[in-house]
Design a protein around this ligand. Structure first.
Ligand SMILES: Nc1ncnc2c1ncn2[C@@H]1O[C@H](COP(=O)(O)OP(=O)(O)OP(=O)(O)O)[C@@H](O)[C@H]1O
Length: 471
């Protein structure tokens, strides 16, 4: 019995000590200080009431240190400390220091156009560009590999810059960093001279964004959306109806402008999202796959709207999985793989540099109607005239070759000169499509986690499906 009581007492003592210790340590939380202070004051009032019932006076100074004084003191100190901490976090004070290692790693195996653009940005050559991106990077928490890895680009006025890449390449993450939707892990970017790190409100004033998934309110009509966003963008009240009507006309939404957006088809929602991005004439318009789900007519309508933005001397950054769209709109483009730019330049330049050269298709005549066309002479002619050419297809009377290292004029010259001798009925010469260039790069994203470098034409053949050698 004695032991049991002694044990309980000891346990009680240690609990009391623990309680005292906890009451001290929990003072670092302002919520605890406030709560504890209020409880102590309430208890003090209860004790005063009890004393009063017995006709005695009980007064205790509430500001005493061991009463509410320490709680008030800690709350004051914490208010100052936490506010300072908040400001430092807001302005990325710690992040910049923690991530300083990022700066020191060198980008390896970079395409020369991408490296040239990087140098241009480093040397300050993009000062006049509407969008300047310098080493912009993002690594999501829990991810080993960066979703966006030190990309550099400058987009001048009057340019439509295309950002291509397979799913997961990092296009949307880039947009999210530019719009402030997600934190930047490293690097910086500026829109119309305003930094996305420190002047995001000014950035928003100069930027329109059409996100990949329509951010629209199902209950508002198309017109109401445009009114709302025009107001948010700071369009003067008297001009809002005019601006909203402009958006409705521009994107062909006249018929649906009065209907609630919840009833819109997928394509019309995209149109509305694009109209919202364009409202108020921002200097930079970011469009994340704006034509997804649109019919060809609407798509062309939207292309015209995008063209008018470029002609206005503003800039557009566009992501799309339609090469046709990129060919129609983009003045320059970059293909993103695993968060990095693998190539950058005009479409023609990329086709020439990374494309498979030219594709020659020939139809061969039979010497007599009863005989099969003779393909061997044409095959030996192609192999001797264009060493290294690759036979892509061989059918009954058709041959198709891929010629990497020859000029268009030489191909025409040789084929025309030997046309009759080789019984070539007709032929066509076409350049590599942007699709082929894209597919070559896309293979890298689908491959191993480790980056694979794509070199110019010499290395390109390694990546191709083996040609048909149907002899
Ligand atoms: N919130 C997130 N948390 C963790 N990882 C993410 C998050 N968002 C994107 N990622 C990862 O970052 C990488 C890039 O994704 P992102 O959405 O930017 O690609 P994308 O090029 O826009 O693809 P898509 O063409 O499908 O839109 C992917 O590997 C993706 O899984």
């Amino acid at each position: 019995m004695y032991c049991c009581c002694w044990g309980t007492f000891l346990c009680f003592q240690s609990l009391l000590t623990f309680n005292e210790w906890l009451k001290k340590w929990l003072l670092v939380f302002p919520h605890f200080c406030l709560g504890r202070g209020l409880i102590d004051m309430a208890m003090n009032q209860a004790v005063t009431d009890v004393y009063a019932r017995f006709g005695e006076e009980y007064t205790k100074d509430p500001f005493r240190w061991d009463f509410v004084g320490k709680n008030i003191f800690f709350m004051l100190v914490e208010g100052f400390v936490y506010f300072t901490l908040n400001v430092l976090i807001q302005y990325r004070f710690f992040l910049d220091h923690w991530l300083s290692d990022y700066k020191q790693t060198v980008v390896q195996d970079e395409d020369d156009d991408v490296a040239e653009e990087r140098q241009r940005i480093y040397m300050g050559g993009s000062k006049k560009d509407i969008l300047q991106i310098r080493d912009l990077s993002k690594t999501y928490v829990g991810r080993k590999r960066a979703a966006v890895d030190r990309i550099c680009v400058g987009v001048p006025t009057g340019e439509c810059f295309g950002l291509l890449g397979v799913n997961g390449a990092g296009k949307t993450t880039t947009f999210k960093m530019l719009t402030g939707d997600t934190d930047v892990s490293f690097g910086e970017a500026a829109v119309a001279g305003y930094s996305i790190l420190t002047e995001i409100h000014d950035v928003h004033q100069n930027m329109g964004y059409c996100p990949q998934f329509d951010a629209i309110d199902e209950l508002l009509t198309g017109r109401e959306h445009l009114y709302l966003y025009a107001r948010l963008r700071g369009v003067p009240e008297s001009e809002i109806p005019k601006v909203a009507e402009w958006g409705i006309q521009k994107l062909g939404l006249t018929e649906y402008a009065g209907c609630s957006a919840g009833t819109y088809s997928g394509g019309n929602k995209r149109k509305l999202s694009t109209a919202i991005a364009m409202i108020g004439c921002p200097a930079l318009v970011l469009l994340d796959e704006p034509t997804t789900g649109m019919d060809p007519h609407s798509r062309r309508f939207l292309w015209n709207a995008i063209m008018s933005v470029i002609q206005d001397g503003r800039a557009v950054v566009l992501t799309s999985h339609s090469m046709e769209e990129c060919e129609a709109l983009c003045t320059r483009l970059a293909i993103m793989v695993n968060g990095t730019f693998k190539c950058l330049g005009t479409i023609q330049h990329l086709k020439y540099k990374f494309g498979d050269g030219y594709v020659v298709t020939m139809k061969i005549n039979a010497a007599k109607a009863s005989l099969s066309p003779e393909l061997e002479p044409v095959e030996s002619f192609m192999e001797s005239s264009f060493p290294g050419c690759v036979q892509r297809e061989k059918h009954y009377n058709t041959l198709q070759y891929e010629i990497a290292s020859s000029s268009l004029a030489r191909i025409f010259q040789l084929v025309v000169a030997n046309k009759d001798r080789l019984s070539i009925e007709d032929y066509s010469v076409s350049q590599t499509t942007l699709d082929q260039v894209f597919v070559n790069f896309a293979k890298q994203q689908m491959g191993e986690d480790e980056d694979v470098t794509l070199h110019r034409r010499t290395a390109r053949k390694d990546m191709k499906i083996l040609p048909v050698k149907g002899k």
